[in-house]
Write a protein that binds this ligand. Sequence first.
Ligand SMILES: [Zn+2]
Length: 338
Amino acid sequence: MKEVHPGIFSIREGGGLSGVVKPPENVYIIAGSDGLIFDAGYGTKKAIKALIKEIGIIKKIYEEKGKQFNLTRVIPSHSHPDHFSGLKLLREKLGLKIVLTKEMAETIKNEDNFSKSFEESSEDYFKIKKKKKKSPDRLGIKIRRKLYRWFYRHGYGVSYIDDPEELIDENSEIVINGDDRWKVFPSPGHAIDHISLYNEKKGILFSGDNILQHITTWLGPPTCNIEDYVKSIETIQNLPNLNLILPAHGIPIENPAERIAEILKHRQERADQVMGLIVNNRNSGITPTEIINELYPNERRFIHGLARGWVCLTLKMFEEKGLIKKTPGKKEYKFLPL
Ligand SMILES: [Zn+2]
């Protein structure tokens, strides 16, 4: 636990599986008489126990100083399992109200809705579907779904919420401790229902997964969108008085303008690289796998797998803009300039 700003504490939850499949997560406590938890983290018993222990330490510090400490609400940044899984147990153990936007509530209300938010993968966009293989494919999807569900339940401690205490609009305001006003605004791109919290007076933004200090935000189908992502980052860039970003993973960002400019530049460079490769292969076309091999020549297969997400979205974006077209190749589609 660390006090990242007077009255705001960051509790770092341990991840697992080398930190990539299950990344360490920051849960933020805005302390006070009517305090709020931002992002619920993992929902395993172990994670919740550790979280409550840390909250107990903060409470003790407050009480020793004669200050009131009472948490009343919890709100996640978006409906990915490392952010909402802890909601149910936190409500149960701490008597909190669960606050969701209508969009998040729809996704996490049950397993079927949640599954739909990640089932389609880059492969569905890249790979040539063979008609003959119809039934084995369906079996493949079934197995994939089962594996994901098992993993989310046991690895992340996912539990679904069909009865949140409060539904709020994506554009609204949350008042904490009587006079601490936080603007809620949509920031889609990494997830369709992603929101950010901003306190203009303090100059503090809770950025969720959108802006991270050392790593690039994951982007991939089905619910991510690169143009939305860039727009969200530009909205954040224009926030008046922004001086500290508190992200869901990693350390606080004390140079917001610099980091935001870096992210925007990186996205532009990546898009230009993909377009460059397509133009260079204007006669034969180029497949997504070939693009990834060109861009990540020395990386492991796992990194290639992660990269498929943003490459897929970038190709989709170019296609929608009428800049490229796809034609069937051997196993994958090939992309050509228009
Ligand atoms: Zn996420």
